[in-house]
Design a protein. Structure first.
Length: 185
C-alpha cells in the first residue's frame, strides 16, 4: 500500500488539474457564448432601429385634394377643405376642374416649412415636413376665398395663422377661412 500511495497522490493531482482545466474551459465557453449573444443582441437592436426608420417612411400617407368649381362648401373650393395629416405625409392637389392651382400662403405656414406654388391646371404634390397649420389658395380665385387648410400634428402656429387670416381680403365667402381655421384643432 505504501508503494501505491505516491501514485494515488499523483493521480489525484492529475485529476484535480484536469478538473480545473475543464472548469476553466467551461467558463471560457460560457463567456464566449454570452459575448456572442450580447453581440447578437446589439445587431438585433440595430436592425430593429433601422427597420423602424424605414417603416416610418413606408407608413407615410398620401392624401388627395381636389380643386373644384363647385363642391360641398359652394363654388371655387378645395375638397377636402380642411385636411389633418401627419408630419411626413404627402398631399397631392388634383386639378379636377380647369383653371385652378395650389399655392401656399406666405406667413400662413409653419416657420421653416417649404412653401409651394403649383402651376395652373397642373397636379402638385407637397411633402409636409413641419408640424403646424398650412393655409393654401388658388391664385386666380383667392378673392372668392378658394382656400384650404392642412393641419400637420399639433396646430402649433394656429394663433399666428388666425391673425394673418384677418388681413386677407375676400369678395365672397368672407367667413370661409375663419370657419376652416376653427376646425384646425
Amino acid at each position: 500500500m505504501e508503494k501505491i500511495r505516491p501514485f494515488v497522490k499523483f493521480f489525484n493531482t492529475l485529476t484535480e488539474i484536469n478538473f480545473s482545466k475543464i472548469i476553466i474551459l467551461e467558463v471560457y465557453l460560457m463567456y464566449t457564448q454570452a459575448r456572442q449573444e450580447n453581440i447578437m443582441k446589439k445587431y438585433l437592436m440595430a436592425f430593429v432601429v433601422a427597420l423602424s426608420f424605414t417603416s416610418l417612411s413606408c407608413i407615410a400617407a398620401e392624401h388627395k385634394v381636389k380643386m373644384l368649381n363647385n363642391g360641398a362648401d359652394g363654388s371655387m373650393v378645395f375638397e377636402p377643405a380642411v385636411l389633418k395629416v401627419a408630419v411626413g405625409d404627402t398631399v397631392t392637389f388634383l386639378p379636377t376642374n380647369p383653371g385652378h392651382n395650389s399655392v401656399s400662403v406666405s406667413g400662413m405656414i409653419p416657420n421653416g416649412a417649404k412653401s409651394w406654388a403649383g402651376n395652373l391646371n397642373k397636379e402638385i404634390s407637397v411633402k409636409i415636413e413641419k408640424e403646424g397649420v398650412y393655409v393654401y389658395q388658388c391664385t386666380p380665385h383667392v378673392v372668392l376665398a378658394m382656400v384650404g387648410v392642412i393641419v400637420a400634428g399639433n396646430p402649433t402656429n394656429l394663433d399666428a395663422v388666425k391673425k394673418a387670416a384677418t388681413k386677407m381680403n375676400f369678395v365672397m365667402n368672407k367667413e370661409r377661412l375663419s370657419g376652416y381655421l376653427a376646425k384646425a384643432k
